[in-house]
Design a protein around this ligand. Structure first.
Ligand code: NAD
Ligand code: ZN
Length: 271
């Protein structure tokens, strides 16, 4: 796989591995790019099929849902169908293995994601979700969690599993207040869940090395995490085949996450 990388990236990767091997606290922030090689389109990719005419930014907002709830719900049901059989790729797997190794050597590797898929969990990672979960639903009016199982089978168990999701695009009314059910995702213009944000801020402020993987760094406040880490003395590494304009970055690994992450882990293990 090394052959896929330019000599410059190999040199930068060795630099990164040396730093990471010696770092007691690492914070990793992932974005849509980490799931791209699993076949999940990023937000910047042009949408396909029925949704070609829409931009994701025009569907993923509270205003869009208020204007046309059926349209937004149908789009998410379509996205769920697109994502439900996708599997973790070598980047998710390397991160999970690295996290386990770190734990057993009493180091800290905090994984934060902007993704709403569950591929990090499927790979075996412990991860903090800044933008919510594709497989969970809640009421747009009273905020109550909603799952198909609890309404159909009178169970109180909170089911966040995709196995119980039906991809029907009919709107669902909340059993408590008749409001429409929506995905439990943080939309453009909404605030991040407080406890997830606190975990992310603390991990970024306390880390020795901060790694940003597959994120366009356009969406605040997540972008501010790299800046926070930098202000507190951390080295910043970016993994992205299309490097961003983020000026705080010290080491750029300009290649696909699914290629770089496993190699980086191998290098760290060799040191
Ligand atoms: P983004 O779509 O804005 O940017 C994706 C970035 O990944 C780009 O910079 C691109 O160059 C890079 N990239 C593409 N392929 C890559 C690869 N193989 N390896 C490494 N990098 C690669 O995504 P974002 O920065 O995460 O922010 C946009 C928002 O989109 C997020 O809030 C997120 O919630 C949402 N989103 C999530 C998913 C998901 O859950 N999988 C998918 C699409 C969008
Ligand atoms: Zn309700």
């Amino acid at each position: 796989m090394l052959a896929e990388l330019t000599p410059e990236i190999v040199i930068q990767m060795q630099r990164a591995a040396t730093l990471l091997q010696a770092a007691p606290r690492i914070c990793v922030l992932t974005g849509a790019g980490v799931s791209a090689e699993s076949g999940i389109p990023t937000f910047r990719d042009k949408q396909t099929g029925l949704w070609e005419q829409y931009r994701a930014e025009d569907l993923a907002s509270p205003a869009a849902f208020a204007r046309d709830p059926k349209l937004v719900w149908s789009w998410y049901q379509w996205r769920r169908q697109l994502v439900h059989d996708k599997m973790p790729n070598p980047a998710h797997q390397a991160l999970a293995e690295w996290q386990k190794n770190a734990e057993s050597s009493k180091r800290q590797l905090t994984l934060i994601t902007q993704n709403v898929d569950d591929l990090h969990e499927q790979a075996g990672s412990t991860v903090t979700h800044l933008h919510g979960y594709l497989w969970r639903n809640r009421c747009s009016q009273c905020d109550a969690s909603y799952n198909y199982e609890s309404t159909n089978h009178e169970s109180t168990h909170l089911n966040s599993s995709k196995d119980a999701i039906e991809f029907d695009d009919e709107l669902i009314a909340c059993p408590h207040c008749e409001g429409y059910i929506r995905p439990d995702i943080v939309w453009f213009g909404e605030s991040l869940p407080a406890s997830a944000w606190q975990t992310a801020e603390q991990a970024a402020a306390d880390c020795d090395v901060f790694i940003s993987v597959g994120t366009s760094s356009l969406v605040y406040p997540a972008t501010g995490l790299a800046q926070l880490a930098k202000q507190n003395g951390a080295t910043i590494i970016e993994i992205n085949p299309n490097p961003t304009l983020n000026t705080v970055v010290d080491i750029i690994l300009a290649a696909k996450a699914g290629v770089v992450m496993p190699l980086l882990l191998e290098q760290i293990k060799l040191l």
